[in-house]
Ligand binder design. Structure first.
Ligand SMILES: C[S@@+](CC[C@H](N)C(=O)[O-])C[C@H]1O[C@@H](n2cnc3c(N)ncnc32)[C@H](O)[C@@H]1O
Length: 263
């Protein structure tokens, strides 16, 4: 693993641990249910959902062999026995139709050029009455005190970079229409706001610093080499994001979690 991947893996782990309660207190699968986790990455969410659902049989897939290998190690180290892993592309999975009671998709659609196509493709792997849970962020939901136009400009660079790569960093707000367009019914979306001030030191460290600001800082070389922003403005933006973690700073961000069923 090269340096960036290692840092990104640590960031995803910090994010998952910090947000476990907010995002997963209601990720509950009935005893004995078969669950497909699509795009498990290095297993940061897998560990959490497997622990709170010991009676579920979870199959976790990802397109990246190296992420699957890391996820396997993590699950083994945690002594978890109800997860199996497979390498696979969400658009070309080799499961039989109707194999799963539930599908979980977390922080994956934002990276795909055709998120509705992915949701439509996944639908056929659900049994009749099967359910899907989708969790995504939305970088347009970041606001903070003290405010800073440079910090917003730095965040906008990541939004542009993700769009250039075919993804959408503003996808959280689109979950309801996306699921509807992909043939799901009974769609319920709940916003999950992370609100951070100095009275929440774990969130100051785990979310504002190690999850959000680390993510923006992580694209510094890419945005500067593409000439998306002046270096001084970007660096001031990052300093201003860290400034929101000081004594009178405040940081807000909203994730979106959707539940839906197949028609
Ligand atoms: C930001 S990571 C999220 C990982 C994990 N769900 C989490 O929340 O920590 C996005 C993951 O989607 C995977 N991915 C992207 N396109 C995919 C595809 N077409 N099929 C399967 N996985 C894919 C990537 O390899 C990556 O591991």
């Amino acid at each position: 693993m090269h340096g960036y991947d290692r840092k990104e893996s640590i960031r995803l782990q910090d994010q998952a641990e910090t947000l476990a309660d907010l995002l997963h207190f209601d990720t509950i699968f009935p005893e004995g249910s078969k669950v497909l986790e699509a795009g498990c990455g290095v297993g940061a969410q897998t560990v959490i959902i497997a622990r709170i659902n010991p009676g579920a049989r979870i199959t976790s897939i990802d397109i990246s062999e190296s992420s699957i290998a890391e996820a396997k190690k993590k699950i083994e180290a945690a002594g978890i026995a109800n997860v199996t892993f497979r390498q696979g592309d969400v658009f070309q999975l080799a499961f039989q139709a109707g194999s799963f009671d539930h599908i979980l998709v977390c922080f994956v659609l934002e990276h795909l050029a055709d998120p509705a196509g992915a949701l439509t493709t996944l639908r056929k792997f659900l049994k009749p009455g099967g359910k899907i849970t989708v969790i995504e962020g939305d970088h347009g939901s970041a606001y903070f005190y003290p405010d800073s136009k440079e910090a917003h400009a730095a965040i906008d660079c990541l939004i542009t970079l993700q769009a250039e790569a075919g993804g959408n960093a503003l996808i959280g707000r689109e979950l309801h229409p996306l699921l509807e367009r992909s043939g799901y019914k009974d769609i319920r979306v709940s916003p999950r706001m992370v609100y951070v001030d100095r009275s929440k030191p774990k969130l100051v460290e785990g979310f504002t610093k190690k999850t959000f600001t680390a993510m923006i800082e992580g694209v510094r070389e890419s945005v500067l080499s593409r000439g998306l922003i002046d270096q001084k403005i970007f660096d001031k933006g990052i300093r201003d994001l860290y400034r929101t973690t000081q004594s009178n700073g405040v940081f807000c961000y909203t994730f979106f979690k959707a539940f839906a069923e197949i028609v």
